[in-house]
Ligand binder design. Structure first.
Ligand code: 4AZ
Length: 233
């Protein structure tokens, strides 16, 4: 998170993290969002390479640091069937854990946006994560930033020479100073009034005033999430 503020996990208790197994132990890889006692939502681009071997990933909750917290083993990974690494469309995944996640003051799920919820441009939203504090910077303890939703037209114009802003994407940017998600925040939450509306997905650089952050538009995938949740019960 660039130009955000350090926060305690109890302020954003739905924040989760994905860690990957390395020879030196478990290392932070992506953000995730706590949605039910058995699952977190993240970005497909974060998990697609682990789909065949979920044991190489772990979910951490209840921590304001990149380490520690309460960790859960992953039993299954559902990446969206239409996810495309070329266009980054449908960049959403449901990660199922082996044991029920215990709720606490620091571990509470967030609401999933209702299907087709429309968020007007200018709406203030909260993005959070353990990612870099600068494009060339370092990873961080948990931070949040307030960003403004950017209209699809404005975002599509900004990215015209780079890529397509699809129906499944929503853009946001903070101003004065520029605030944004950055590397390591991917898969993490964009929230409006305790409702998950976006998942950190991609962008050109971080907090570049010419390029808003691009998020997966959760409301387009609400039915997909519900379907997967029904399948795991
Ligand atoms: C990344 O590399 C990344 N500024 C995530 C978010 C953004 C850019 C890059 C948005 O994971």
């Amino acid at each position: 998170i660039v130009n955000g503020d350090l926060v305690d996990i109890s302020e954003i208790p739905y924040q989760a993290a994905l860690r990957r197994k390395t020879s030196a132990g478990w290392k932070h890889s992506c953000g995730a969002v706590f949605v039910t006692s058995k699952s977190v939502v993240s970005a497909a681009h974060c998990v697609i390479s682990y789909q065949r071997d979920p044991s190489q990933l772990q979910v951490a909750v209840g921590t304001s640091q990149r380490s520690g917290g309460i960790t859960y083993s992953v039993s299954q990974i559902y990446s969206h069937e239409n996810y495309s690494s070329a266009t980054v469309d449908s960049d959403i995944a449901l990660v199922v854990v082996t044991n029920h996640i215990t709720f606490s003051e620091s571990v509470m799920p967030v609401q999933i946006a209702p299907s087709l919820l429309r968020i007007p441009a200018g709406t203030k939203a909260v993005v959070s994560g353990f990612g870099k504090t600068d494009y060339e910077g370092e990873a961080s303890d948990l931070r949040l930033a307030v960003v403004d939703i950017v209209s699809r037209d404005e975002c599509a114009q900004a990215y015209a020479s780079i890529g397509t802003i699809t129906e499944g994407m929503i853009c946001a940017a903070g101003r004065n100073p520029p605030k944004d998600a950055c590397q390591g925040d991917s898969g993490g939450p964009l929230v409006v009034s305790n409702t998950l509306i976006g998942i950190v997905s991609w962008g050109e650089g971080c907090a570049n005033i010419s390029y808003p952050g691009v998020y997966t538009k959760v409301s387009l995938y609400t039915t997909w999430i519900r379907e997967k949740l029904n399948a795991i019960k």
